[in-house]
Design a protein around this ligand. Structure first.
Ligand code: OAD
Ligand code: ZN
Length: 265
């Protein structure tokens, strides 16, 4: 049963014990973890899908019908991401990977703030907004390898240096498969973990990929950090109903102070 956690001492102590006694940790994040870095989520009231129709801006059909318009939206987002900085939630999550003997972060985010916070034991299951991929040969490259204009027109859309075909943002759109390797690693980690953290995702896409269910079946404890209840909250043992960048650092400071471990780097 889910326990909604407020700032009370008893819940704080329980969470610190839970974090400190875990050994195999799986973290699943979504757009909410980057919200305090100034990046919008998708389904909140001020989210991207309230401004942009996802069928136009997040499907291959929409892209093929109007690549200039779709690219311009992602170009704006690339610049927003480049200007944003990791927040304390990204930093705490990056710090966790050397504390636990087994650790994996699976993010749905296409920004690079987890990496810039120092996360290495991670997989990106929805691709990477800072990369572009050829529609024909499938070659993926860093956006910075191209001399991309601030705004595209028909003549300046990114073309593959190998085969000359149109390139698209290297992310997963609706109706597309998530890449197999990161997905396999995430399913494996979710199925083995003793603690799962769900941070900043509504869990609306593909039922959160079943990760919470795999973790639950294994008997893992599940903690969610999200100011709003979502599709995965009913799986959780603890729901910290606060913004992640505010909620995670005080708990993690206590874990590190009261239960220091040799780091596993
Ligand atoms: P959503 O927009 O669906 O959900 C964002 C979640 O973040 C919501 O549950 C918010 O309550 C929560 N949130 C907001 N601020 C927060 C904060 N400061 N701390 C913690 N949580 C906060 O975003 P995702 O679940 O990531 O796909 O959406 C999944 C996918 O749908 C995205 O990866 C995207 C979209 O279509 C692609 O871009 C391929
Ligand atoms: Zn190509």
């Amino acid at each position: 049963m889910t326990k909604r956690v407020s700032g009370d001492q008893k819940s704080q102590d329980e969470l610190v014990e839970l974090f400190a006694n875990a050994n195999r940790v799986f973290v699943f994040t979504g757009a909410g973890v980057s919200k305090e870095s100034g990046l919008p989520t998708f389904r909140d009231l001020d989210g991207e899908w309230t401004k942009y129709d996802p069928m136009t801006f997040a499907t291959l059909d929409g892209f093929l019908q109007n690549p200039v318009m779709v690219w311009n939206m992602y170009r704006k987002r690339q610049k927003q991401v480049a200007a944003a900085q990791p927040n304390p939630a990204h930093i705490v999550i990056a710090g966790m990977e050397s504390y636990y003997p087994e650790f994996l972060l699976a993010t749905q985010n296409v920004d690079d703030l987890h990496e810039r916070a120092g996360s290495r034991k991670m997989v990106k299951i929805h691709g990477d907004s800072q990369r572009v991929r050829c529609l024909d040969c499938g070659e993926s490259r860093c956006a910075s390898d191209f001399d991309l204009p601030d705004e595209f027109d028909n003549d300046t859309l990114p073309k593959c240096p190998e085969c000359g075909s149109l390139c698209r943002p290297d992310i997963v759109w609706f109706g597309e498969y998530v890449p197999q390797e990161p997905m396999f690693a995430a399913v494996n980690a979710a199925s083995r973990c003793d603690l799962m953290l769900i941070v900043g995702t509504s869990g609306e896409v593909s039922g959160g990929y079943g990760f919470a269910e795999y973790a639950m079946r294994r008997g893992a404890k599940i903690v969610e950090i999200n100011p709003s209840e979502g599709a995965l909250t009913h799986y959780t043992h603890y729901w910290i109903a606060e913004p992640a960048g505010a909620a995670l650092p005080p708990i993690w400071r206590l874990v590190a102070a009261t239960h220091p471990r040799e780091t596993s780097d």
